[in-house]
Design a protein around this ligand. Structure first.
Ligand code: SF4
Length: 243
């Protein structure tokens, strides 16, 4: 059975995207293959994983890393018995860097939905566990936030995730250009115009500025010319100060 460096495991509300507000169990895995300008997530490997003492208690105990998949599956089962849970969300960092671990945990908890929050760049890794995944929240990362063009990787990922409960999220910042946004929308429309798109106004961090309300409405209107389902949803978990 595989193991992974895990940052934290807890039960909370999903704060972003299509499943906003649903109760989920979050498994945050270490490491990421990108370096987004707006990233405020701790994904650096740690000696100890923080595990909630009970689902939603917001108090934590520490377990030495790495954790093996059976250990994590047991924690998930306990949390799921304490609070009815819509899905287990594997997040990061980029969780697919630990695809084998996700697959092993998923096969040990086969009565709970598996939700994958991914940056949509590791198509081959996704294919190895796609059977185990129910819901895919995939980011399209714009060049203005990652400093490089990832559109071809995103296209391959979108094609591989067809047939899943898939939605796409684009974080919009004050640096988003109409050209890169248009490329992203055309890419999505060329794969499937029915894939829901969430425009998420950035939560300002470091040197990243927010975009204006007018700009968000204008981008949504532009996206709706090509796509069927485009919603604007900011991060909400920070409003109520939950992880
Ligand atoms: S992909 Fe996600 S975790 Fe990785 S750097 Fe970007 S925002 Fe942070």
């Amino acid at each position: 059975m595989s193991s992974a460096n895990v940052i934290e495991i807890f039960s909370s509300v999903q704060g972003e995207g299509k499943y906003l507000g649903y109760r989920q169990i979050f498994v945050r895995l270490a490491d990421c293959n990108l370096n987004c300008a707006y990233c405020d997530t701790n994904f650096v490997r740690a000696d100890f994983c923080k595990v909630e003492t009970s689902a939603g208690s917001m108090t934590f105990r520490e377990i030495k890393n790495p954790l093996d998949a059976a250990q994590v599956a047991e924690i998930i089962k306990i949390f799921a018995s304490e609070v009815s849970t819509q899905a287990v969300s594997f997040t990061g960092g980029e969780p697919l860097l630990n695809w084998e671990f996700i697959g092993d945990v998923a096969s040990a908890i086969n009565d709970t939905k598996i939700f994958l929050e991914t940056n949509g760049t590791l198509c081959n890794e996704f294919k190895k566990i796609s059977e185990a995944v129910d819901i895919v929240s995939m980011d399209i990362k714009l060049p203005s936030v990652v400093g490089k063009n990832l559109f071809e990787l995103h296209r391959k990922f979108l094609l591989a995730a067809q047939g899943k409960d898939l939605y796409v999220k684009i974080v919009v910042t004050g640096k988003t250009t109409s050209e890169e946004f248009s490329t992203a929308i055309n890419l999505l429309a060329s794969v499937n115009e029915e894939i829901p798109l969430i425009l998420q106004p950035v939560t300002p961090v470091r040197k990243i500025s927010a975009t204006s309300a007018e700009e968000i409405l204008s981008l949504q209107a532009a996206a709706l010319r090509k796509l069927k389902n485009v919603r604007v949803i900011p991060q909400t978990h920070k409003f109520i100060d939950v992880p």
